[in-house]
Design a protein around this ligand. Structure first.
Ligand code: NAP
Length: 386
């Protein structure tokens, strides 16, 4: 070991430490804390032993020296990319999102009505049965991932006063105007609000999120660099996974979603009532229908019901769907009636004038118990009406 005098002379040979300013610390109201592991690894940087001429051992100055600006800056940047995210509603979708958040190195807290402590532990998340304990951890972001139907009640159970003054609230509900109004009316004005809808789920994004749409609306983000940065860091989670980022007002989302998502789920649910089964001669189209049933019915009925109850455009879509079915049926039956009328009133079968009636109607019709102008032969198929 070096004597203290040798050590002090060695210190003289160190490069003069330049006067440097500390990087500005984020405002007290918004300081991202690094995950415990990152902080620990910086404290325990490796030290190197070297030998010098006289046999004395020098404990070398470790890698993160005060003048090692680059690694410090990189570390600081990395810290700022990490969020402490509290997921409220840790069911199917909450856990699905948590897997990616955890992989990206964010600190996760979770709370739900049911006990998901084992699932949380497997993801490295801390589970809190009591929302007070969750809020006292001062997450940067509270992510609301409960069912649409329960969102209002769940939000009311959160002790908002235990959170930091300008916590960021994000929701991932599949409708957007409802949570926007709910969050704006329920949260203190200092809280930031981003309404989002990842347009995919555990089934459709089984192979990753690349290219899948992520809709978001920065409903209220405070005008400070730290708050804007926090919003960006959160949105960047999805950008990093390759999502197609679509910034859109909540009202526009709901108008589009009724025409796309609610329609898809409704058709899937309708087909499910037919109890469709695979057959030995399935076409590609039929296989698509079977997959649609699987994709839509793997979501809870609560989710589907929420799409209907909390999107004002859904009722109109249902009405349009019903009249679309009626108009398709009408076209078919109108063609049929035309052929029938000709047989009944003109006494002869003539080709239908309705272009859409199809080949089958070019054949004469055979009414049961009535003479047919052209009795069917083995090669002359007739339509038998009962
Ligand atoms: P969900 O049935 O819509 O919601 C299940 C979640 O809601 C669970 O965390 C459940 O808690 C909670 N919950 C239900 N009723 C509750 C009540 N009365 N009180 C307290 N908590 C209640 O299914 P999900 O698929 O997990 O969806 C969660 C949210 O993500 C929904 O808002 C949905 O619209 C949205 N989302 C889902 C998908 C998807 O593909 N699944 C995609 C995008 C967005 P417990 O499990 O603890 O009972």
């Amino acid at each position: 070991m070096l004597s203290s005098s040798t050590a002090s002379s060695l210190r003289l040979h160190q490069p003069t430490r330049p006067h440097r300013r500390r990087p500005p610390s984020p405002p007290a109201s918004h300081q991202f804390r690094p995950p415990a592991s990152a902080a620990a690894s910086r404290r325990h940087l490796p030290s190197v032993r070297t030998r010098r001429g006289g046999g004395g051992t020098i404990r070398a100055i470790d890698a993160a020296q005060p003048f090692d600006y680059e690694s410090r800056a990189a570390g600081l940047l990395e810290e700022r990319q990490r969020l402490k995210i509290a997921i409220v509603g840790f069911g199917n979708f909450g856990q699905f999102l948590a897997r990616t958040f955890a992989r990206q190195g964010h600190t996760l807290l979770a709370h739900s009505r049911s006990d998901y402590s084992a699932a949380a532990a497997s993801l490295g998340a801390s589970y809190f049965q009591d929302p007070h304990d969750l809020c006292e951890c001062h997450p940067d972001v509270v992510l609301l991932a409960t069912s649409i139907l329960s969102a209002e009640a769940v939000l009311r159970t959160l002790p908002l006063h235990r959170l930091r003054r300008n916590t960021l609230f994000v929701d991932v509900l599949s409708v957007k105007e409802f949570p926007k109004n709910l969050l704006l009316t329920s949260l203190p004005e200092d809280f930031d609000v981003i309404c989002t809808h990842p347009m995919f789920g555990p089934e459709s994004a089984r192979d990753g999120w690349d290219g899948l749409p992520f809709v978001f609306d920065r409903v209220r983000v405070g005008d400070s660099p730290a708050r804007r940065a926090r919003a960006d860091v959160f949105l960047n989670i999805f950008e990093r996974e390759g999502c197609r980022m679509v910034e859109m007002p909540c009202a526009d989302h709901d108008a589009h979603a009724a025409e796309t998502q609610f329609l898809t789920h409704t058709v899937g649910r309708m087909l499910a009532t037919l109890d469709l089964q695979p057959t030995p001669i399935d076409t590609k189209g039929y296989e698509t229908l079977l997959r649609l049933v699987d994709n839509t019915c793997s979501d809870s009925f609560d989710l589907y019901n929420g799409l209907f109850m909390y999107n004002k455009n859904s009722t109109e879509l249902l009405n349009r769907l019903e009249s679309a079915m009626d108009s398709v049926k009408k076209r078919l039956f109108d063609g049929l009636h035309e052929v029938l009328r000709k047989q009944l009133f003109e006494g002869k079968a003539s080709p239908p004038t309705n272009k859409n009636a199809g080949d089958v109607q070019r054949k004469p019709l055979l009414l049961e118990g009535k003479a047919s102008p052209a009795p069917p032969t083995p090669n002359n198929t007739a339509v038998h009406l009962k």
